[in-house]
Design a protein. Structure first.
Length: 263
């Protein structure tokens, strides 16, 4: 409860930091926030051409013209949200070392700023995806509401991973480099650019161990199959995300004082 009180007391600091971070990202850019749309669109075009055209990727039971593009967008946009939260949070204490040393404020506000900025960037690009669904007649209808608990779950999991990495990275600087390598494998071990149905039965155990696989499957079910998620399949990432958040909070409470000396 004390952490929540600190966040509420410093809500003005959080709001100002989010606004300042967003402005800094685009203040010297001619296209500004448009880059949050251009970058993922370019990646989607590349993946669509390679996997849908060159490799002839098909989704079982989905013969629609835009089925693979929708499948790809629903995975890539949400995966990028996960990556942005975890990667920026893992460096948040190091990049703000001068601020932490000079000012007295709850360090836990910094990951919150990261999450809010990541959500803003996500919503800008994701809104374009929604417009595309509406124009092409592929909007999932009322099923779209079920994205809210799924994205909440993903954010909880991302925060847990990010805070733990951020604290460990202060004391062990190799953590950031190691996580970059892990992310590359994690991406390809998650069914984002391919359907899990193409994986041999013996290898599907890996998908059950991967919490992001269940989360991606929920998004793809909403947008491609236009069905609400199978909620029982999300129990594992929910529990894991909550455990990671509790571990992260305990690490923060135990190490917050020592972090200043390490920075």
């Amino acid at each position: 409860m004390s952490l929540l009180k600190e966040l509420w007391d410093y809500r003005g600091f959080i709001k100002g930091s989010v606004k300042r971070e967003f402005q800094l990202n685009y203040q010297n850019s001619m296209l500004g926030a448009a880059w949050t749309i251009i970058n993922p669109l370019a990646m989607i075009v590349v993946y669509t051409v390679i996997f849908s055209k060159v490799m002839k990727t098909r989704l079982p039971g989905n013969a629609g013209t835009f089925s693979y593009s929708i499948f790809l967008c629903s995975g890539l946009f949400t995966w990028n949200l996960f990556v942005e939260i975890t990667c920026k949070t893992q460096n948040i204490f190091i990049t703000n070392a001068n601020l932490i040393k000079k000012l007295s404020f709850p360090r836990i506000t910094l990951p919150v700023v990261v999450v809010l900025n990541a959500l803003i960037n996500f919503l800008i690009g994701f809104s374009l995806f929604i417009i595309f669904l509406i124009i092409t007649g592929n909007f999932p209808g009322w099923v779209f509401i079920s994205i809210l608990p799924v994205i909440t779950l993903q954010i909880i999991f991302s925060i847990g991973v990010g805070i733990i990495l951020g604290i460990l990275n202060v004391f062990f600087r190799d953590v950031g480099q190691l996580y970059s390598v892990i992310l590359q494998f994690w991406f390809w071990l998650t069914p984002i650019v391919y359907s899990p149905t193409i994986i041999p039965e013996k290898m599907r155990l890996g998908l059950k161990v991967n919490p992001m696989a269940s989360i991606m499957n929920a998004y793809q079910g909403i947008f491609v199959e236009k069905q609400i998620p199978q909620w029982h399949s999300l129990i594992y990432p929910v529990v894991l995300g909550l455990i990671l958040c509790m571990i992260g909070i305990k690490l923060y409470i135990r190490c917050s004082a020592d972090m200043v000396d390490e920075l």
